[in-house]
Design a protein around this ligand. Structure first.
Ligand code: ACO
Length: 324
């Protein structure tokens, strides 16, 4: 049995910045409504790069930062709900773009929790000895899946990708504890890109079913109920207290959700990292983008312990205690 080590983080976001005021020219909304309800001021919206290209950009940098070359990577896992194709997987596209010719590659779909689920899978592949260097990316081009006439969803999301490299390490680092859940009973609370039975013998389908459709209230209530429980569970499993944790990095969906989580856990807001003001909700990309930014800003350093916690469509949710 081996242990895993987080060797690097990196991010890539498209250049095009769309501010709340820009959206108020497309739908009936305002900067005041969006910022006060979500904490979002702007987001990146891709006009050329698709999910696999953004994951490859973040992934290439993560591999470099880990001191490896693409040919050292044995496995690529991409978490996404907005892959370029149904097949090939985004992970295979990343393999092609960065030239990781010795890697196996596959995608994981767990919506906004996807990065945590992918990290967990990567950790097991390393711990069993199956692979030594794993590139994990979370990337989304949600902009292509939004109904841009629906103000209740199109203001919330953004595009981008984050990545990390997990390698074989010394006992005690990497993923220290985890807690993963799903509730398929609530599948309807967030859906996108329904692919119905469609052939020469079927009636045409309502086009709107392609877009992200969300019961915002349901997701809000679910997140504020389940995430504090999951964070406490993972802390107990790791046999740690909040004093041992440098930061909690929640999925960057809504600052009000984070405020409620902080209140329930009786923790100051300073313990939580937030950057949804700049990127909006980037789904599976939000946590690795945040972690990469924290490393770049030197907010976290080697040996720091962090809790990451995601929630989203499926429903899915989960947390992990990780050591940088
Ligand atoms: N601008 C102006 N008004 C708006 C907008 C908008 N962009 N969107 C909705 N409204 C209106 C509504 O029509 C409604 O008007 P009405 O009262 O006249 O009917 C009013 O604002 C209130 O709408 P609510 O939906 O009740 O607003 P709420 O306070 O619940 O906030 C929000 C909505 C921001 C979506 C919130 O519910 C939320 O953040 N939910 C969680 C979403 C989330 O975290 N998703 C993450 C999972 S994502 C994943 O897995 C991909």
């Amino acid at each position: 049995m081996y242990d895993s080590k987080i060797a690097s983080f990196a991010k890539y976001v498209p250049e095009n910045i769309v501010k709340n005021d820009d959206l108020s020219k497309i739908v009936e909304t305002s900067d005041e409504w969006i910022f006060s309800r979500t904490g979002i001021k702007e987001r990146r919206i891709s006009i050329s790069e698709n999910t696999s290209q953004m994951c490859a950009n973040a992934g290439k940098l993560a591999v470099e930062r880990a001191g490896l070359s693409p040919s050292d990577i044995n496995l690529i896992i991409v978490a996404t709900m907005s892959s370029d194709f149904s097949t090939p997987s985004s992970a295979c596209m990343v393999q092609k773009i960065i030239g990781a010719k010795n890697a196996a590659a596959f995608d994981i779909g767990a919506a906004c929790s996807g990065f945590i689920f992918a990290l967990s899978a990567a950790d097991k592949f390393i711990k069993t000895g199956a692979f030594e260097n794993v590139l994990v990316a979370g990337g989304e081009t949600l902009s292509k899946m939004l109904d841009w006439s629906d103000r209740s969803t199109c203001v919330l999301f953004g595009d981008g990708a984050g990545a990390c490299v997990l390698t074989r390490g010394n006992i005690g680092g990497g993923i220290i504890a985890e807690d993963l859940h799903s509730d398929g009973e609530k599948a309807d609370a967030l859906t996108s890109f329904f692919k119905p039975v469609n052939n020469a013998f079927c009636e045409n389908l309502d086009e709107k079913l392609k877009y992200v459709k969300m019961d915002g209230r349901e997701i809000f209530n679910f997140a504020t109920r389940k995430v504090p429980l999951s964070i406490n569970t993972v802390l107990q499993k790791a046999n740690l207290s909040f004093d041992d944790i440098k930061y909690i990095v929640p999925h960057q969906a809504n600052s009000r959700i984070v405020e409620i989580i902080a209140r329930k856990l009786k923790l100051p807001m300073e313990k939580f990292f937030m950057n949804m003001d700049k990127y909006g909700n980037t789904s599976a990309a939000s946590i690795p983008i945040a972690l990469s930014e924290m490393v770049e800003q030197k907010l976290i350093n080697e040996k720091d312990k962090i809790i990451v916690s995601g929630f989203g469509g499926g429903l899915t949710w989960g947390s992990a205690v990780i050591q940088i």
